[in-house]
Design a protein around this ligand. Structure first.
Ligand SMILES: C[S@@+](CC[C@H](N)C(=O)[O-])C[C@H]1O[C@@H](n2cnc3c(N)ncnc32)[C@H](O)[C@@H]1O
Length: 259
């Protein structure tokens, strides 16, 4: 799609499938693989979380996206989600400037601000995007709900920048929070196949499965509850000296986005 403008602090990159991604100057990383922003999203998140196949099993079907970024995850989900079923899409995004840009570029979603939440409706979908550090906004949002189990996620798109650039969203504590906020049938999917990420997921009580390769990456990761880790992956994890990541090791802190 053509964008009218590009947000400050980002560079546009056309990926191999013709879809656009943004390179963040603050994080020094692109939001998607250069092999295809749309193709990667379809593979890792829509197919990886079996969104279409499972859309009718829960009403509404609750998606959590870690990092709205360019909005490819949201737009692709809205495009693929069956119209006869109901979707609640919660996304977390640190950078307000990116959200203002996305709101302007997508007037068809009718997004409006209520405090620090960008909200809208599109057909059968309720969209809420929490602006701020996910480590603070997600727990506060869950606490504000009428009952602790008022929202449990069926699909989690774990799509922060890489663990090296965005360490606070890959720790055992973060994955513990995601587990506590999940339905038993949840599928968490991420492009990362890093050993430390997989060890952190296991330490937080997730069963880790192998995900599809994409672009330069030979594998990705899916994680589920109530099912053990794939024995082959477990063997690899047992052999690897790398440790899980904990909040205590967070240093330096994530880069601050300029207002
Ligand atoms: C890889 S991009 C997400 C791409 C997006 N899912 C898409 O489909 O376009 C990662 C996003 O996470 C956001 N982010 C980084 N740290 C964050 C934090 N602590 N809380 C919330 N969002 C964060 C970044 O600003 C960036 O937009």
């Amino acid at each position: 799609m053509e964008y009218k403008r590009i947000p400050v602090n980002y560079r546009p990159i056309e990926t191999s499938d013709g879809s656009l991604t943004l390179f963040s100057e603050s994080f020094q990383e692109a939001c998607h693989s250069s092999a295809g922003a749309r193709a990667e999203t379809l593979l890792h998140y829509i197919q990886g979380c079996q969104v279409v196949e499972r859309s009718g099993a829960h009403s509404p079907f609750d998606v959590l996206e870690v990092g709205l970024g360019v909005g490819t995850g949201l737009l692709t989900t809205l495009e693929k989600f069956p119209p006869e079923h109901s979707l609640r899409y919660l996304s977390l995004e640190l950078d307000r400037e990116l959200l203002v840009w996305f709101q302007e570029e997508h007037p068809e979603l009718g997004l409006t601000w209520t405090d620090n939440v960008l909200q809208g409706r599109s057909g059968n979908a309720q969209i809420d995007i929490l602006c701020g550090d996910a480590r603070e906004t997600l727990p506060a949002f869950l606490k504000s709900l009428p009952a602790p189990s008022a929202r449990t996620f069926h699909a989690i798109y774990q799509d922060a920048f890489s663990p090296r650039r965005n360490p606070s969203l890959w720790t055992v504590e973060w994955f513990n929070l995601l587990r506590e906020a999940s339905a038993p049938s949840v599928i968490l999917s991420t492009y990362s196949a890093s050993t430390s990420v997989r060890k952190s997921l296991v330490a937080a009580g997730w069963g880790v499965l192998r995900g599809e390769p994409f672009g330069a990456k030979r594998a990705s990761t899916r994680a589920v509850l109530g099912q053990g880790t794939d024995p082959e992956i477990q063997q690899q994890l047992d052999r690897a000296p790398v440790l899980p990541r904990f909040d205590l090791q967070l240093d330096p802190p994530s880069p601050t986005i300029r207002e």
